[in-house]
Design a protein around this ligand. Structure first.
Ligand SMILES: NC(=O)c1ccc[n+]([C@@H]2O[C@H](COP(=O)([O-])OP(=O)(O)OC[C@H]3O[C@@H](n4cnc5c(N)ncnc54)[C@H](OP(=O)(O)O)[C@@H]3O)[C@@H](O)[C@H]2O)c1
Length: 276
């Protein structure tokens, strides 16, 4: 069950909700409440990572919600320090224990960490875990075009998603185009620009006022109409509910263009070529 959230078909044939719930920076002890609130509001996709330290909270929230495991698309990520074939197999088992599940819907390499240069071995472990049926879909995060090219050339396995920083102030057009050529779904992290200045932007305020929506809803709708997978985070119940309520209105072509023009090419997070 996914309420009114559309499903995207991934390049391995699996389907995933277009809009999910991110839990970065929610303390483990508060994560169960947030995840339970999200599942009650209709979210059926949860995005965590071992480095977030809240996989147990995600488990507790899923259990408390009463939503069947099979109805939830669960994603976690392999942390940089655990890259490498054997290390990945170990880190995966540890995440699964914390999450209290025997399969993952999606596992992502969190960062390429090019200096470490272990993402090929890491990817081999991902492919093995997928063959064993322990992961349904495998993908990456923060990969640049040359990292994707190498991954695909050397393994022959195209990741289903690349989860990247993407919001109207940092729209990543070239990378999005490259994803489309490979059949990779673009998944947007910090889709709301971390709730900062973006949500007070005059262009967004004008559109939001006309539509009777919040600027956050307008931004999320922009992502949806671009076809991105999107995972807004909030620990505030009213915002959790509002952020999934973006499927009963549409932005016009002019609205889309006006928001597209906000792109300033500025990252908020680390540069994947430098981050190790
Ligand atoms: N792969 C990666 O390297 C990576 C990096 C960063 C994030 N991510 C993933 O992407 C998810 C989302 O990114 P993010 O957490 O960085 O940023 P975000 O979703 O863009 O923004 C979250 C911030 O916006 C606020 N907010 C949420 N909804 C709002 C609304 N309707 N109105 C006003 N403010 C609102 C939240 O405040 P409250 O919580 O106080 O409501 C929070 O401070 C993360 O949780 C994580 O799952 C992945």
């Amino acid at each position: 069950m996914t309420g009114n959230v559309p499903l995207l078909t991934l390049n391995d044939g699996n389907k995933a909700p277009q809009l999910g719930f991110g839990v970065f920076q929610i303390p483990d002890g508060e994560t169960a409440d947030a995840v339970a609130a999200a599942l009650a509001a209709g979210y059926r996709s949860i995005d965590t990572a071992s480095i977030y330290g809240n996989e147990r909270g995600v488990r507790d929230g899923m259990q408390r919600s009463g939503v069947a495991r099979g109805d939830i698309f669960l994603t976690t990520k392999l942390w940089n320090a655990h890259q490498g074939f054997d290390e990945t197999l170990r880190a995966f088992d540890e995440s699964m224990q914390r999450l209290g599940t025997d399969y993952l819907d999606m596992y992502l390499i969190h960062w390429p960490t090019p200096k470490r240069d272990r993402y090929m071995d890491t990817w081999k472990a991902f492919v093995r875990l997928q063959k064993e049926g322990r992961i349904r879909s495998i993908g990456v995060s923060n990969f640049q075009p040359d990292h994707l090219q190498r991954l695909i050339d050397e393994s022959g396995v195209v990741p289903v998603v690349n989860q990247i920083e993407l919001h109207p102030y940092f729209a990543q057009r070239e990378l999005v185009k490259a994803h489309a050529r490979w059949g990779i779904v673009t998944e947007a992290w910090s889709p709301l620009g971390q709730g900062g200045d973006l949500l007070k932007d005059a262009v967004l305020e004008r559109i939001a006022k006309r539509l009777g929506k919040s600027t956050a809803q307008v931004v999320l709708r922009w992502h949806v109409q671009w076809g991105h997978m999107v995972i807004p985070k909030s620990a505030t119940p009213a915002r959790i509910a509002a952020n999934i309520d973006v499927f009963d209105f549409e932005l016009t072509a002019d609205d889309m263009k006006a928001i597209d023009e906000l792109d300033a090419g500025k990252r908020m997070g680390p540069d994947p070529d430098q981050f190790n």
